[in-house]
Write a protein that binds this ligand. Structure first.
Ligand code: ZN
Length: 397
């Protein structure tokens, strides 16, 4: 901990400006107590570690707060100073007894209350959600910052993210998904931007590093950028996903494959409009190849030209598949509304651009083109080429 109480409830903060000699002097004169449990704490000052407070006796508080790493404390101090320099009068480690939560830093911006949570260790989705709800009960906006270590990059535009990483996902004002992260060692924010998952873990994204001193609070609250990856990279990953589907050792994908085979559909030859990148793909944990294949089975396969297709029908069948466990939703605690409808609408619009559908009214379409599954791999490659051309056109829009 970096804060403790001295007499009369006055709180002392070990921020970057606190001088060691003054602190040593103070240590001789006063007794420090924990702002949360009021037990005595001691001021620890070594030559290597950041000065901090620790409980004397082991209790519940110790479990929760004393195990903070050096990395975490360093991040807090630097972020605190960063907010301070922007004139936001931040408070370090404020404790809120009503919700029994202690934030890393709190501050006010544009008459709104914010708190910053820098998360180093993996916590459960449930705890993440509970803390988020707690702050919201106090009308605070929590900003979750992922510790900038342990992001597993596969190449410049693809990274493997865990379900813990996805908890930090948020949307910017241009409706693009991002994850904010910070590393106190290199003193930079690391923004994962325009996140479009291709499978449960792998996501297309752009990584932007931004030094703390060149980043404003607004950059953190609403990171800009609308990165576009190359369609052939996407196609390659979808292709890989299909291979993994067929060679996967576990039985996870059996029900999905069984359903395709029952419809005499070969996953390798399925029309390439199944498995396309969409802005809101992130809201489903299931790969776009899987959920779009279900949409294909439910609404496009063997449908003749002129057959109507309504958004609400699509929403209904997708929910049925979610309830059966065939399609999995992703846990995104930062986002309050469920965006399944938006995602499905985005897919319909995509299908319209691909000439598969024609728009009648706002949420009403008709089938404009019969989709034929390819009968050979060569034929499929031709279809795929056409789709890539469309994706390229869309990225240039
Ligand atoms: Zn305590």
């Amino acid at each position: 901990m970096l804060t403790a109480k001295i007499k009369d409830g006055e709180v002392i903060t070990l921020n970057a400006k606190a001088e060691k000699i003054a602190l040593m002097d103070l240590r001789k004169k006063v007794k420090f107590t924990c702002p949360i449990c009021s037990q005595e704490v001691i001021l620890k000052m070594g030559s290597k570690r950041i000065p901090h407070f620790a409980h004397i006796r082991g209790d519940a508080c110790t479990e929760q707060y004393d195990r903070e790493s050096e990395y975490h404390m360093l991040a807090k101090l630097k972020l605190f100073e960063w907010l301070n320099q922007q004139g936001l009068s931040p408070v370090l480690e404020p404790y809120y007894p009503n919700i029994k939560q202690r934030a890393d830093i709190a501050f006010k911006y544009n008459d709104e209350l914010y708190c910053l949570e820098f998360q180093c260790s993996t916590i459960s989705e449930e705890l993440f959600r509970r803390r988020t709800e707690g702050y919201r009960k106090l009308s605070m906006h929590p900003i979750w910052l992922l510790a900038g270590k342990g992001i597993n990059r596969k190449n410049s535009s693809l990274a493997s993210l865990s379900s813990f990483h996805y908890l930090f996902a948020n949307k910017n004002s241009s409706q693009q998904w991002y994850i904010p992260s910070y590393c106190p060692i290199i003193n930079q924010f690391i923004f994962l931007k325009t996140i479009v998952p291709v499978s449960v873990r792998n996501s297309f994204l752009a990584i932007e590093m931004k030094p703390l001193e060149r980043t404003s609070l607004l950059d953190l609250l609403n990171p800009d950028g609308n990165y576009k990856f190359r369609p052939e990279q996407w196609s390659k990953e979808i292709f890989k996903f299909k291979i993994s589907l067929l060679t996967h050792k576990s039985t996870t994908y059996y029900p999905f494959l069984r359903e395709l085979y029952r419809q005499s559909l070969n996953p390798q030859l399925l029309h390439p409009i199944v498995g396309v990148p969409l802005t809101n793909n992130i809201i489903l944990e299931s790969s776009p190849f899987i959920w779009q294949a279900y949409v294909y089975i439910d609404h496009l396969h063997h449908q003749s030209i002129g057959t109507p297709l309504y958004l609400h029908a699509l929403v209904k069948t997708t929910w049925q598949r979610v309830n059966k466990g065939q399609i999995k939703l992703r846990n995104l605690p930062n986002i309050r509304e469920l965006l399944l409808r938006e995602l499905l609408y985005e897919y319909l619009i995509f299908l319209r651009k691909a000439g598969v559908l024609q728009k009648q009214k706002e949420h009403e379409f008709v089938i404009a083109k019969e989709l034929k599954a390819a009968s050979t791999m060569d034929e499929w490659k031709q279809q795929e080429k056409g789709l890539r051309k469309l994706l390229l056109m869309m990225t240039e829009e």
